[in-house]
Design a protein around this ligand. Structure first.
Ligand code: SAH
Length: 260
């Protein structure tokens, strides 16, 4: 039985086993005494990466896959996962993860469907207190954007939100020739590790609004894009002529506090 790659599901199956192993080996999680942490793989497809994740015996691997044909393939070829009900057929974006994985899911791994990678990260942020590490492959531009520091043109909303709660490393690039079918874009693998930030030292809802609205007009100086929030105080002065991509997480926190 073969699974025919479906474009609308972002299916590009990895063909290079060395790379698959390298991704699985990039999970760097210190399990607590007696802990067998759940690792949730998003979009296992035909299990190229899954087979190497299974070799990491210290992890309790669970997979979630939307494509029924791939789910059937996985059930037939990964009896351990199938027998232990660790194959979830469904949409990661819609899934109630706390119900499906009541023991939590500290690790997320996968060769993500590139068309929904931003939505995947927003969902991970909703679960940031459970997810302590993410190792994933995604479109290289998006990987760079997420990992980049302020001051670069790739730096954006997701960079700020993710960098607020995760330390992010760009691990390695993967050429499009390593997939079937090859995607039109280049790929890269990144690792995110939860930092110590429990809650930002500011009004978090306002922080999110400020970040979104300023990047909504990313070429404008903040005095224009955020005009309605500003009150002319001295604390805001240094921000007025900056553009959002020049602000670090700490800067956005300071700006938020100067507004609220
Ligand atoms: N891990 C495999 C496949 C990567 S392609 C490999 O490396 O070869 C991306 C996979 O994500 C596909 O199998 C696709 O069916 C699956 N997928 C796409 N959207 C999804 C969603 N919303 N939830 C779960 N899986 C999804």
């Amino acid at each position: 039985m073969d699974v025919k790659p479906k474009k609308n599901l972002g299916q590009h199956f990895l063909t290079d086993l060395n790379i698959a192993k390298r991704i699985a080996d990039s999970i760097d999680y210190q399990a607590g005494e007696g802990e067998k942490p759940v690792c949730l793989e998003i979009g296992p497809g035909t299990g190229v990466l899954t087979q190497f994740l299974l070799q990491r015996k210290e992890l309790d691997l669970n997979v979630i896959e939307i494509d029924r044909e791939s789910v059937e393939y996985l059930c037939a070829n990964f009896p351990t996962l199938y027998n232990e009900n660790r194959i979830i057929g469904g949409d990661f974006l819609q899934a109630n993860l706390n119900e499906l994985l009541p023991k939590g899911f500290p690790i997320i791994c996968g060769n993500f469907p590139y068309n929904i990678s931003s939505q995947i990260f927003f969902k991970i942020l909703d679960h940031k207190d459970e997810v302590s590490q993410v190792v994933c492959m995604l479109q290289r531009e998006v990987a760079v954007r997420i990992a980049n520091k302020p001051g670069t043109k790739e730096y954006g909303i997701l960079s700020v939100f993710l960098q607020a709660y995760y330390d992010i490393e760009y691990l390695f690039g993967v050429d499009s020739s390593k997939f079937n079918p090859p995607p039109k874009v280049q790929s890269a693998v990144i690792r995110l590790k939860r930092n110590g930030m429990k809650v930002l030292p500011c009004d978090e809802a306002l922080f999110r609004r400020i970040v979104k609205e300023s990047f909504g007009m990313r070429r404008k100086m903040l005095r224009n894009s955020l005009g309605k929030y500003l009150n002319g105080s001295a604390a805001q002065e240094r921000f007025l002529t900056l553009r959002p991509e020049q602000l670090s997480v700490d800067d956005f926190v300071e700006l938020t506090n100067s507004i609220s």
